[in-house]
Design a protein around this ligand. Structure first.
Ligand code: ATP
Length: 335
């Protein structure tokens, strides 16, 4: 069966890392068909819209989308972020961040980690409901039963699919008694259903979770939480295995699935040929899982681990290789 994939390259180093990933995908021996659509600041300059309706429609039609990076200019009023718009329009409610040790060495890096942070992606503190009262401003933190239930169910289904045995539900229900009270109650009810599959539920307050991620991260398998807490915890967790250069994420919902490196468009190194493509390759690993090409996904994951341990990396990871040299080493390791 042909997999129809959408490519959104974006701005800055986005096209450089996505082009490298497409060549890697083409070397996996799969039946893939690529479409391409524009988004980002260059798209805004050309078409007057950073995320045209045609791009949203193409992302909805595709089985999965690989997204590079976009520049968000700070000084244009009412500019809509391409990524936020995609999440909203396609209702991509699950933000998935794998945290896997790859063999990188460093002061705060940890070996042996293999966990996921699952973050609710559409409500909570980022509901976009803010009021300005002059010398006072408010942000409304919206938690719904539906939003809580589907994200927690996603986390338990992920645990089931990936052979994990524990899901940690993270909240602050002792203080946010109503909103996180609802999240907690809903989460614990979902957890009950998964007991029969041998998946244990644990709950932790977000501040305790932040400490435990540093103290004993190996004790976690799947962490599920609300939007802002997940945003912070997933970046904290990413630093344990190598940070921006190797952090990938998925935005997944019923109307689409978009995979991207966590880093931005890196204008300071654009065009120099030294952008590290590994985070985009790891986003590609996630994309392949999503389209059920599990064997190819595992092969690419192993090739990335191998280049980190044996190959020459780009300067941000202490090597001297170019983007294309990293790409070609990964392709060799795939053989
Ligand atoms: P944006 O405005 O798009 O968020 P930014 O430069 O503010 O861009 P990032 O793109 O995340 O934010 O980059 C932060 C730093 O990390 C920059 O110095 C950038 O060069 C570096 N960096 C980010 N991604 C990569 C990459 N893939 N390879 C090498 N360096 C990178």
């Amino acid at each position: 069966m042909t997999h129809n994939l959408l490519i959104i390259k974006g701005d800055g180093i986005g096209p450089e890392v996505v082009d490298a990933a497409v060549v890697v995908l083409e070397n996996l021996g799969l039946d893939l068909h690529f479409d391409e659509a524009p988004a980002g600041y260059a798209c805004y300059q050309q078409y007057g819209d950073p995320i045209p309706q045609t791009t949203l429609d193409a992302a909805r039609r595709a089985e999965a989308t690989l997204f590079g990076a976009v520049t968000t200019p700070p000084d244009i009023r009412n500019y809509r972020s391409a990524v936020v718009t995609l999440r909203k329009e396609l209702d991509l409610y699950a933000n998935l961040r794998p945290v896997r040790s790859l063999g990188l060495k460093g002061r705060h890096l940890r070996d042996g980690l293999d966990l996921y942070v699952v973050r609710e992606n559409t409500e909570g503190m980022y509901s976009g409901l803010e009021e300005d009262y002059g010398d006072k401003a408010t942000s409304l933190r919206v938690i719904t039963k539906k939003g809580s239930e589907r994200i927690v169910r996603y986390a338990f289904e992920l645990a089931k699919k990936t052979g994990k045995h524990k899901v940690t539900i993270v909240h602050k229900a002792n203080i946010l008694r109503l909103s996180d009270g609802l999240f907690r109650r809903t989460a614990l009810a979902v957890a009950e259903e998964y007991r029969q599959y041998g998946i244990e539920a644990q709950e932790l307050l977000v501040d305790t979770m932040a400490m435990r991620l540093i103290k004993d991260p190996e004790n976690f398998e799947v962490i599920v939480t609300t939007n802002l807490f997940g945003d912070i915890l997933s970046d904290e967790a990413a630093e344990l295995v190598g940070g921006l250069g190797v952090a990938a994420s998925g935005n997944i919902g019923l109307e689409g699935a978009i995979f991207e490196p966590v880093h931005g468009s890196a204008p300071d190194i654009t065009g120099k040929g030294v952008a590290n493509p590994l985070a985009t390759f790891l986003a590609t690993v996630m994309l392949l899982q999503q389209i059920n090409e599990v064997e190819a996904s595992d092969r690419l994951q192993q090739a990335v681990t191998k280049i980190i341990n044996e190959g020459n990396l780009t300067p941000d990871l202490g090597g001297t290789a170019t983007t294309l040299e990293v790409r070609d080493q990964v392709i060799r390791f795939l053989q």
